[in-house]
Every structure is written in structure tokens, then in C-alpha cells.
Design a protein. Sequence first.
Length: 578
Amino acid sequence: MSDNKDVKAPSNFLRSIIENDLASGAFAPRGDSARIRTRFPPEPNGYLHFGHAKSICLNFGLAHDYEGACHLRFDDTNPTKEEQEYVDAIIDAVHWLGFDWGSNLFFASDYFDRMYAFAEYLIRNRKAYVDSLSADEMRAYRGTLTEAGRESPYRDRSVAENLDLFARMKAGEFADGSHVLRARVDMASPNLNMRDPAIYRIRHAHHHRTGDAWCVYPMYTFAHPIEDALENITHSVCTLEFEDQRPFYDWLLEQLCEGGLIPRPAPKQIEFSRLNLTYVVLSKRKLIQLVEEGHVDGWDDPRLPTLAGGRRRGYPPEGFRLFAERIGVSKADSLIEYSVLEECMREVLNDAAERRVAVLDPLKLVIDNYPAGEHEACFAPNHPLKPELGQRSMPFGRELWIEREDFMEEPVKGFRRLFPGNMVRLRYGYVVKCTGCDKDEAGNVVAVHCEYMPDSKSGTPGADNYKVKGNLHWVSVAEGVEAEVRMYDRLFAHPAPGSRREGDAPQLERDFLDDLNPDSVKLIRAWLEPSLGEVAPESRFQFERHGYFVADRIDSQPGKPVFNRTVTLKDSWARSGK
Ligand code: ATP
Ligand code: MG
């Protein structure tokens, strides 16, 4: 990421806030020279999705642009849903996107001792109490948006009693749910988040890092501001659904500043609108359901909008970064067309991917006047706009594979490819004239015949004497490589999976699973030019006329390639109006 130092990203409200804070000296560097500190704080309860990419690019990007630091912090405060597998996958994905946190890797669970001490501090200052109402009672006492809450009968317990109960919660004397620690704020606040929110709960559960050391765990609303403060975060950037929690964030940090437990100034929470994308679901709950119920083949299924899936699909990390930059950040809810993401991938791939030839629906072409057993080399540029990438040789011979759709025995109007009597160029090779075809008993065309013009080879002086309209790609039958190609398409057939449609009966509830695209993958056997036989996993190419493809990072090996279609050359969804 250090290569784009002088490309200034477009301005946005977040940048304005940061620039003002830098100008006013609101956040002096602490500890080291970082001028600002941001963080990406995933909960390790699932794989990262495309929405997270927006947050990652934003937080790491701001730190980079303002000579700051960005922390990778695992918000691992809920032991029942979190796993080491997710920690590893998240680390992998953030690295893969191209970001580096240096030594700034943190785990909220490393702060459990301090969080506990901070909670005791609040109790001693009558800012927290142990409540023993049941969950249902607590809900009833909380009130509604239009009605103030009522104070719990336990709200005025003495400091001594609260400290004792909290210690016994920690010691494991009580069952889950029998008590909670609540902040003592304001039951009449118009903001429900300020009505004495729960800050610690009892959970007799094994934690993937702290094991069985704890049976009380801090709630997000308490833990997150403390994590930010302990790490000297300056700008705590999060999605809009946390806007209503900001008053509590500020309240809590103010208490701790007053007590001298954390330094001033406290971090600042700033919200932006989350990424919503058509044709996918971006919610961990739904993604887990797709994986666990087997609708896809694991977390890295190339159809899933997880970063692991996108990587396997062949989406380059630069494509995600371009996408994040292009969609920008704001506070307005927005729904981005999936084709915008695809266009970013195409743009990066068009520039970066070498060109190759593959025949996806093979039909044999026999050049009857070409000597059997003979071969010669034709040369094809690796990139039309980058001569420095050189060329490769493709063996030409008597029998070639062409695309089935490039031949019509009885051509429709405007068809310019092969049909009896017509001449076309075999790209990078010779001009041929079609002489006929062979059929099986059912009438299917099984081979096409032609004759070549020996003086028409591309790159030779005679080549220009032939004016033809069709230009076909081909692969040598003798030397081509047969391979599995997985033709991926969108996972959902509807832009808003599970949404109501016009004319739906009022009682009808749709399930996002009903909108799965039944044709989201098609496995085919294709013929590839020989140079594709030995490619390393994750190599990306443009297959001429077909789109961008990647050698599968799990199943492809040199000598036995397997390719995934990343994206077509054009947006076929827009054209077909599917
Ligand atoms: P989900 O809502 O999909 O279940 P989450 O918000 O619970 O995800 P976290 O692990 O808490 O997942 O997210 C880590 C960070 O990523 C948070 O700061 C969150 O705001 C941000 N984030 C999550 N989803 C999106 C999104 N769709 N667009 C932008 N940022 C997101
Ligand atoms: Mg969340």
C-alpha cells in the first residue's frame, strides 16, 4: 500500500474530522509517532465478508494516509460463538487484502483483568450495580421509546453488597442469567441505551483464549470503548447501527477519565454507513447458515461473498481496494450494485492478467490440407497493451479445438464465423476456408472440415492479402490440455435475496434461501492452450473472449489445472435483464 503515497484519496466527512483534529492538536501522539490510531475490530465468530473489506480499507487507509497506525483487534468477548479457526481466517484475509498492522495485534480478552477492575471502580463510585431481576423483568422495567423506564429494586444496593456480589459472580457462585452488572446511568433517558445497560454477564463457557479462567464476560457496549481507550485509539470508526450507543461510549469513557484510569482525550466514535450489495447477503448469521446447511461448499466457496470466497473466485485484493475507494464513505444508507464490484475486478484484471486461450465448448476442426503429424509454432502476445510481457508460442497442427458456437452449418443472418464456403482467421495462425462437417447418426456435428491458405500466416507479409470478418480462437488437439473449469455465476438470482415482491400476499414471508440461483455453478471440461498446463495455483488470466479465470488455489496443481471463472468480460446480468 505504500506505492500510492501521492494518490490522494477523495475527501470525505471522516477525513475532514481527522484533518480538523490534527490541525487543532486534539490528539497528540502517544507512545510512538503515530499521528492517529484507528482499528479494525472483528469479532471472531465467522469469516470476513465483502462488507468488512470496506471497513478494513477505510481504517487501514486512513491510518496510512495520515501517518498513523491501524490495529487489528479481536473483539473476543463472547465465548460461546468464537473460535480460533475464525481468528486465523481473519488474520489471513486482512493480510491478503494488503494490510499490515505491524506489532499492533490485540485481543480484547487480554484486557479482561483491567475491564474487571474498571467495573469495580464504577461500583465503588455508585456508577454500577448488580441487578437480580430476570431477563423478562428487566425488559419490562426498561420501558419503551415513548415511555420512561423504571428503576430496578436492586438499583440502590450498597457499594459493599455490590462488590461482594460481583466478586461472587466472578467466582462462579451463580448460574448464568441470575445476576448482571449494570451501569447506573438514567432509567428515564430517551435513549434506551442509556437506561442502565448491562455491562457484565455470567456465562459459564470456555473461551478460546482464556479457557475457563472467567465465567463473567463484559458486554460489547462496555468492552468496546475500553478496548479503544487502552489502545490509545483516536478515531473509532464504526457502522451506523452503533450511533445510538455513542452516548454510552462517551459516558463510560468520561467516568474512567475522571477516575484517572484512562488518559484524556478519550477516543472518538464516528459512524459511517455499512456496505450493502445487491445479489448477496452480508450478515454473518446468514453466511453461517449457507455454510452449515451445505448450500455452498465451505467458507471459501467461490460463490460466497466472504473474502476467502472472493479470493478463491479470483477477485484480486487490488480490486477490493479499488471498490472501497470508488464507493467512498458517507452517513447515507446505500445499496451498491454488484456489477460495480465486478467492474472493479475487471478493471484490475484487464490491466494485470495475461491473455491465454481456452476452448470451453470444444468442437474439432480438421484442416484437411495440413500435413498430418506436423506442428508449427504460432506466437501470441501475453498482453495486448504490454509488449514488455512478451509472447508465448502456441502449437498449430492439423486438428484443432474450436468453440462449438463458432460453427453453423446453416448460418443465421450476420454470422461471420465458420460455415461452409466462408473464410475466417484462426487467431495468431492461418486463414482457413470451411469445406463442410461430419455428423453422427443423430445429426449432431462432430467435426468441421476446412483448408488453410499456406501464405496467410499472421505476422508474415502475405497475411494482409486476406480480408476476413471472423477471427476464431483455437487450441491444438494434440498438445492442448484438458481441464476442469468451474463456471461460477451469482449465488442469488434476485438482487435483494428474501425481500418481498410486488404482489406478494401480506402473510407471505420469503426466505433468502428461496432466491438461491440454481445455476450458480456449472462444471465443464475445457481444452486449454499448453502453456496453461503448468500454472501455479492462484494464477489469473483472461481467457480471450470468455472472461477472467483463476487457477483454483486448493484444487489446481501444475500438470493438473483446475480453473474458476472469476468474472465475464462484460456484465451479462445487465444485458439479459435477469
Ligand atoms: P455482521 O453484521 O455481518 O454480522 P458484524 O458487524 O457483527 O458483522 P464484526 O466482527 O463486529 O461483524 O465487524 C467488524 C467490523 O466490520 C465492525 O467495525 C463493523 O462495523 C464492520 N462491518 C461489518 N459489516 C460491515 C459492512 N457491511 N460494511 C462496512 N463495515 C462493516
Ligand atoms: Mg457487529
